[in-house]
Design a protein around this ligand. Structure first.
Ligand SMILES: Nc1nc2c(ncn2[C@@H]2O[C@H](COP(=O)(O)OP(=O)(O)OP(=O)(O)O)[C@@H](O)[C@H]2O)c(=O)[nH]1
Ligand SMILES: [Mg+2]
Ligand SMILES: [Zn+2]
Length: 301
């Protein structure tokens, strides 16, 4: 039996991927001919081959793609997502630099970010974690505080936000992404750190990105491996600026239309920074992203 079908990529494992058809059938699919980079969440056209396999023919146009790119490599997180859930924890401490980068990645791709502050049961570190999030909260990004091991908290505080959407859990390792996923979707049986410690596995417990359906099919949730880097070398200067929505109103005050907001006279951003209306750490992150982008361009054209 050979026929054409369209489906959605629910897991990507290097060369092959799992594609789910409308009737729920899962097929293991391989790209035909030239390398195709299917991401979890992609709508694809496949050619069925038997009952369990298929050939990946074509990736249909994407609404968006969440992506990171460092000098060494680039990685697609997922395509066609509505909401980015950035998971940070009270313990271990999270990186404000990585958090800012994940936010910039989401905004530049037109994806709504929400921060999940997990492990609020570890009360000793809670005040510090909240203080680290303060500049982000001032930007208006919602922060959901919860304990991923508390069924009621997860279902009352997080589940309502997931209805009718495809959301992706992203964050550094050990923040509790898979614990959260398992609390919402017990059938997922995603491995968490307890399992990897028992198995003597490495630092990252989750090794592949995978899409799961919430019970009752009220929405979809994607689990992903923890990241330690979040380069944004693929973003243009304009896209980087979109990652800093709090700059927008002040950019209109810049004297030069091509102002880079680093040293120019009459710069609206630098003026707002001096008045304390823009957070210094956010501006410093913006400058790091611009410099990394420029260094990359001068090496690669
Ligand atoms: N105290 C406490 N521990 C938690 C909570 N949520 C998760 N943990 C623990 O944190 C550890 C890491 O959880 P995981 O769910 O494996 O973390 P992850 O973000 O999926 O990690 P990677 O797959 O490596 O990216 C595990 O030991 C969990 O039991 C929580 O709300 N409170
Ligand atoms: Mg995990
Ligand atoms: Zn400026």
């Amino acid at each position: 039996m050979t026929d054409r079908a369209t489906g959605r990529v629910v897991a990507a494992h290097g060369r092959h991927c799992s594609v789910e058809l409308a009737d729920g059938t899962l097929l293991r699919c391989y790209p035909r001919g030239k390398k195709t980079d299917a991401a979890v969440g992609d709508q694809v056209e496949i050619l069925r081959q038997g009952t369990t396999e298929g050939a990946l023919e074509k990736i249909l146009p994407r609404r968006n793609l969440l992506y990171r790119s460092d000098e060494a490599r680039s990685k697609q997180f997922a395509a066609n997502v509505d909401q980015l859930l950035i998971v940070v924890a009270v313990v271990p401490p999270f990186s404000e630099d990585l958090l800012g980068r994940a936010l910039a990645g989401a905004w530049s791709a037109d994806i709504t970010p929400v921060i999940v502050l997990n492990k609020v049961d570890l009360v000793d570190g809670l005040a510090h974690a909240r203080a680290s999030l303060a500049p982000i909260i001032r930007l208006g990004v919602p922060v959901i505080e919860l304990c991923a091991k508390d069924y009621d908290q997860v279902h009352e505080r997080l589940l309502p936000l997931l209805a009718g959407k495809t959301s992706i859990l992203l964050g550094q390792s050990a923040m509790g992404k898979s614990t959260l996923l398992n609390m919402l979707i017990p059938d997922a049986l995603a491995a968490t750190r307890e399992h990897s410690v028992a198995l003597g596995a490495g630092r990252h417990t989750t090794t592949a990105t995978r899409l799961y359906h919430l019970p009752g099919n009220v929405g979809d949730l994607i689990d992903s491996p923890g990241f330690q880097a979040f380069g944004l070398l693929h973003l243009t200067h304009e896209e980087i600026q979109r990652g800093f929505p709090e700059f927008r109103a002040h950019i209109e005050q810049c004297r030069f239309y091509n102002c880079t907001h680093q040293h120019e006279p009459g710069c609206g951003i630098l003026a707002a920074l001096a008045r304390g209306e823009i957070d210094a750490a956010r501006h410093a992150l913006y400058v790091r992203l611009i410099h990394a982008h420029q260094a990359h361009e001068s090496h690669h054209g």
